[in-house]
Design a protein around this ligand. Sequence first.
Ligand SMILES: Cc1cc2nc3c(=O)[nH]c(=O)nc-3n(C[C@H](O)[C@H](O)[C@H](O)COP(=O)(O)OP(=O)(O)OC[C@H]3O[C@@H](n4cnc5c(N)ncnc54)[C@H](O)[C@@H]3O)c2cc1C
Length: 248
Amino acid sequence: MPYTEQTVQSVRPWSDKTFSFTLSRPQDFAFASGEFVTLGLKREGRLIARAYSIVSAANQPELEFLSIHVPDGPLTSQLVHVQPGDSVWLNGKPTGSLTLDHVQPGRVLIMIATGTGLAPFMSLVRDPETHARFETVVLVHSVRTVAELAYRDELESRVNGRFHYVPTVTREPFPTPERGSVLFTSGALFEKLGLPAADPAHDRVMICGNPEMTREMTDFLKAAGWTLTNHRGIGNFTTELAFVTHHA
Ligand SMILES: Cc1cc2nc3c(=O)[nH]c(=O)nc-3n(C[C@H](O)[C@H](O)[C@H](O)COP(=O)(O)OP(=O)(O)OC[C@H]3O[C@@H](n4cnc5c(N)ncnc54)[C@H](O)[C@@H]3O)c2cc1C
């Protein structure tokens, strides 16, 4: 699939480790809310590209992304400096396992994110179809510092009787200091929100975050009788890694 040259429309820093940016959206670029694409920068004629979840909902005019800044990262050490008008190269083939078609409709949809793993869930929260398919939608976002709670204002403004936003901060004083995975596995999440305990017969779970959290939650859910959606069919939970850890 060829890359096309897109233009940066806006940049928004959140913390020294995270920032968001928007790109022009090619007219024929279709995606499902929750999917990711590959994007990159050309430096000295060479393309450096990485996977990025789309923060925008499928019906929004621009393509928005939430990025980590890894100081010695081949892409993000450069990407952190982009300004409106700069070029970013976008692969036209979105994909991913965090779309509404990866879980059956149900009672409660619980989305658990760490760090930039929030990105695909922003897309789903912004998509009215998500709220049409579930009675209740819960988003838990765990980060280390308060500044990393990207999109906090928007998410708080979306809270209503059917949408719950639970931010948690693990390395600074904050009302909820537990990791999202701990809130889920202990059941404290459901008590806190006044919801029935999660039940694979009625509820659906989506997970996007660091590899350890994703593995921990996957093991917990499988042991508790949940089924991971895979090529064999649609289950009641689905996951995606927010990044892959490279060992030197
Ligand atoms: C399916 C998928 C979707 C992704 N979506 C996003 C996204 O929406 N936003 C985003 O910022 N990144 C996302 N990533 C990670 C992204 O592809 C790059 O790894 C990231 O942009 C850093 O690129 P880099 O070249 O600077 O460093 P890399 O060489 O790619 O990474 C260096 C190291 O930094 C750490 N790292 C990389 N990405 C992250 C991250 N997001 N959070 C915490 N630590 C990280 C890892 O330890 C990694 O080994 C996604 C990865 C996958 C597989």
